[in-house]
Write a protein that binds this ligand. Structure first.
Ligand SMILES: NC(=O)c1ccc[n+]([C@@H]2O[C@H](COP(=O)([O-])OP(=O)(O)OC[C@H]3O[C@@H](n4cnc5c(N)ncnc54)[C@H](O)[C@@H]3O)[C@@H](O)[C@H]2O)c1
Length: 271
């Protein structure tokens, strides 16, 4: 299904690593809705090569950028405007990484250099992206910026480790920058809080399999898929959501407002 919701709109999509990535599915859906965009990822992700297939499929160019480098980001923004032929209407920040999670360091025994690195990649990079766009006056009026987050920012999920703190920070940046982007440039900034999703980043979290099936049983509509997230993001990039800003929006099948489900009760009830 395609509604031409993004016809004539230009954007930048961060974080498509492989076909499971939420950003990959979003790029495909944005393309179907008539949007044009530049794809970007960290130089190391480029070497893995898959992003080229996506670029071909969507008629996009790729500009490598480490989202923690303001130089790379400036180059990305300047070149994207050149390639796309004007200001940017939409940006997806779909980036997350914790060195402590990767290396299996427990939350009560964090390595602080790794913590700082993960915070920079997963949270501060969102500020860096927006500051670069803001200072370059690169966003069109009524443009839309979206970052992806997880409910561990509000409630404790022990194995999510320092990513929980990174997501809290990310959501706060969306509100703080959303104020100035709204006032000064008429641009909206939101985060989507997504269900657990089987991607490279998702599966890096310890106990992910148990966790995703628990969330599935707890959500009245079931877990939101990567495609569901892509569709939701398309609506936020479209003109149908012009005054939605500074929000953290749950795309989670109802998980965040469910105390307990019948399926979960049954598993704990002796016959
Ligand atoms: N998978 C889940 O369960 C889940 C749930 C909620 C939110 N999210 C969030 O969705 C977003 C996308 O993750 P995903 O699940 O699609 O996994 P993914 O592994 O496919 O995507 C993560 C991306 O971050 C990129 N990245 C890492 N370091 C970078 C850097 N320095 N500069 C630029 N890019 C960098 C990676 O190359 C990769 O493309 C992340 O913010 C993640 O936290 C995921």
């Amino acid at each position: 299904m395609s509604y031409n919701l993004l016809k004539g709109k230009r954007g930048i999509i961060f974080g498509a690593l492989d076909e499971n990535s939420i950003a990959w599915k979003t790029a495909v859906r944005v393309h179907e809705e008539g949007g044009t965009f530049v794809l970007t990822n960290a130089p190391i992700a480029m070497r893995m090569g898959k992003i080229r297939d996506l670029a071909e499929q969507t008629g996009s160019e790729i500009i490598p950028a480490d989202a923690t480098s303001t130089e790379d980001l400036q180059n990305l923004v300047d070149k994207s405007m050149e390639i796309l032929g004007g200001k940017i209407d939409f940006v997806l920040h779909s980036i997350g990484m914790s060195v402590n999670v990767r290396k299996g360091r427990h939350y009560t025994d964090l390595n602080y250099d790794w913590m700082t690195k993960g915070w920079d990649v997963s949270a501060v990079s969102f500020h860096k992206v927006m500051q670069t766009l803001y200072k370059s006056d690169a966003m069109s009026e009524w443009g839309s910026i979206v970052a992806l987050t997880y409910m561990a920012a509000q409630r404790t999920f022990p194995d999510y480790n320092d990513m929980a703190d990174n997501k809290s920070y990310l959501e706060s940046i969306a509100r703080s920058f959303g104020y100035f982007f709204g006032k000064d440039k008429k641009v909206r900034v939101n985060t989507i809080s997504q269900s657990p999703t089987p991607t490279t980043a998702g599966q890096g979290v310890k106990g992910f399999d148990g966790f995703i099936s628990y969330a599935e049983k707890m959500s009245p509509l079931g877990n939101a898929t990567a495609l569901d997230c892509a569709n939701y993001t398309v609506t936020l990039f479209s003109d149908l959501t012009k005054r939605v800003t500074m929000q953290n929006l749950y795309n989670d099948g109802g998980f965040s407002n469910t105390g307990v489900s019948q399926e979960v009760i049954e598993r704990f009830t002796e016959e």
